[in-house]
Ligand binder design. Sequence first.
Ligand SMILES: N[C@@H](CCC(=O)N[C@@H](CS)C(=O)NCC(=O)O)C(=O)O
Length: 264
Amino acid sequence: MIGFQNLIGTSRVRRKAAVMNSEDSCGTLTWLPVSNYSARCRYIILKKGLNIKIEEPTNGMKSPEHLAVSPFGQVPCFQMENGDAMIESLAIMDYLIDRYSDVEPRFLPATPELRARARMICQVHDFHCGINQGAMYRAMNSPADREVGLEKIRKGLDVIELYCEASPFMVGDDLSIADVTVFASSAFYVFMLPRFFGWDFRDGRPKLAKWFEYMRQESPEAAEVFNTVFKALAAWEKNGRWERLGIQRVPSFVEAEHELISSP
Ligand SMILES: N[C@@H](CCC(=O)N[C@@H](CS)C(=O)NCC(=O)O)C(=O)O
């Protein structure tokens, strides 16, 4: 079991004393380092400085132990203080934001309109980019199917570009679930798209490019979340994941030093 305090010790977050000092954890997040959906929950946990245990599935994703708390055999899932388990990362994020609404940052834009827009961006991400993300790293029936999936991700990103304010956040003046969601997945886009498919998610999307430059430096927690996913993908590549799929690195791809984020 890894408490976040063991992973990162330099949070500038203002914390509620009861949350910081409690010996008892306020729940358990089950995750995998490569999981972007887990990463967005973890971002909130780290930024708020919550005393939540973070652990990997007991005996693997499809074990009876994990299926008992996560019926689809997926991550993330969250076990609350009262023992109830919940799945679906958006719901977990909502719960953490609501339950710890008095702990900064609140992840709530200032008005109902902005809050609705933040959630809309999350849902555009989930229903267009997230649902098709396997096209970047899973076996598909054919190269044409893979291209269809990638095209849907492109279209989802185009729509997110439309709504992104880059102010510097996605929406309004505050960090929100929209930033957390797209930033967690940006580790996927930065790692996989240029290496294996020859495009950059920022190209032709100036607001997303500006927003990403800000988010890269947003906080040590943001950097930690991004780098964890990125390094897990690098381990996948080292283990031959894309070779086994018959996908080679794009010959012109040049590894850039600044892809991993140095902690601000
Ligand atoms: N809608 C779910 C999606 C969760 C999901 O797809 N998790 C991935 C990891 S990022 C997973 O567990 N994949 C393994 C599988 O589906 O077998 C959520 O938002 O939590």
